[in-house]
Structures are given as C-alpha cells and as structure tokens.
Design a protein around this ligand. Structure first.
Ligand code: AMP
Length: 194
C-alpha cells in the first residue's frame, strides 16, 4: 500500500503515520525527519537545507525528490510506504508519479487531514512543551514566528495538491480535528474502502 498523508504542519500526519506503521507494517517516510537527520549529520544536503528549514521555508524540490527517490528504492519499501510531508509542491507531486511509474507502481490513496488553522498554533505549542518536558530537544522551527511561515508556505505551495489529487480521484479527506483514535479509525475506514 502506497499512501500520502497531506495536511498543514501540526495536522497530525506524523502521529497518524505511526499508527499506520504499527497496523500495516510499512515504513513512514517523513522528508522532515530525513532532512533533520541530514542536518544533524552535517551532510552536504543538511548544510544546504538547514537555513531554509530554520526559516520555515521549503527545501528545493531537487533535493527532496532525490532523497525520496533513493529511499523508496530500499528493500523495506517493497510492500509499500506512507509518505508524510511529501509531496509538498506540484513539482514534487509530478516527481512522485514519475518515480512510481518507473517502477510500475501507483499510489493507492492520498489522505488529507483537514484541520482548523487556529488549532494548529496551539498544537505546535503543545508539541514543543511536551518535547521539552520529556527532556528532548525542541525542533527549532516549532516556534510561533517560524510556524506562521510554515503555514504560509503550506497554503501557497502545498494546498494546491488537494485539487490536484481530487482531480485524479485519489483524494480522501478526513476530519483531523477529531481525537487521535477517531482520526485513525476514519483513516482505516478509507483504506478498507479502496
Ligand atoms: P516537517 O517535519 O514535515 O514539518 O518538515 C520540516 C521542514 O523540512 C519543512 O518546514 C521544510 O523546510 C522541510 N521539508 C520537509 N519536507 C519537505 C518537502 N517535501 N519539500 C520541501 N521541504 C520540506
């Protein structure tokens, strides 16, 4: 099963991806996690991405597409994967179609987590607080000023993907304002229906 989780930052894509990993045993491919790992490891990609990420802007399509193309070719992706935070631009959406077509594969579904902007700011503040209390480092971009930029980038560059996938008949919208368990149940219902 090959899925895309779509939605603004803080919509719960990572949380729901984890639930799907447990249930279906396929990996979560989070481009944000991969880029943060590259930044921490100080690789060339990490060095190029760091300032852009700290500003809440999007890393170039070329960098992100190359990371994903490499990742989906790994053996643990053979039975499927959950894309979390990718694609984020129309160019990335075209790139993923091409990557899959090259391998004779296709996407099974795009699940959009629909949430209310006002709730997102609160969720991000909560995530930063919980991470801090757990003694873990708080993401540098989980602060109100950078978060606003991330949200602007989402509406400008990523939200058009909703229409793109709707037109392809692949879009399934789930109310992301419900509890974590309810959202999981709704996603599972969608997955059973396809
Ligand atoms: P995330 O963890 O998904 O919120 O991503 C954190 C940051 O990584 C984003 O604000 C972007 O700077 C960068 N990033 C993650 N995924 C992508 C992507 N698909 N395209 C461009 N930039 C990305």
């Amino acid at each position: 099963m090959r899925l895309i989780l779509l939605g603004p930052p803080g919509a719960g894509k990572g949380t729901q991806a984890q639930k799907l990993v447990e249930k279906y045993g396929i990996p979560q491919l989070s481009t944000g996690d991969m880029l943060r790992a590259a930044v921490n490891a100080g690789t060339d990609v990490g060095k190029r991405a760091k300032a852009v990420m700290d500003a809440g802007e999007l890393v170039s399509d070329a960098i992100v597409n190359a990371i994903v193309a490499e990742r989906i070719g790994q053996p643990d992706c053979a039975n499927g994967f959950i894309l979390d935070g990718y694609p984020r631009t129309l160019a990335q959406a075209d790139a993923v179609e091409a990557m899959l077509a090259e391998r004779g594969l296709k996407l099974d579904a795009v699940i959009e987590l629909a949430v209310d902007d006002k709730a997102l700011i609160g969720r991000i503040a909560k995530r930063a607080e919980e991470t801090k209390s757990a003694g873990q480092p708080v993401r540098r971009d989980d602060n109100p000023a950078v978060f606003e930029e991330r949200l602007r980038e989402y509406y400008k560059k990523t939200a058009p993907l909703i229409g793109y996938y709707y037109a392809k008949g692949r879009l399934h919208t789930v109310d992301g304002m419900a509890s974590i368990a309810d959202v999981t149940t709704k996603i599972e219902k969608v997955l059973r229906s396809i």
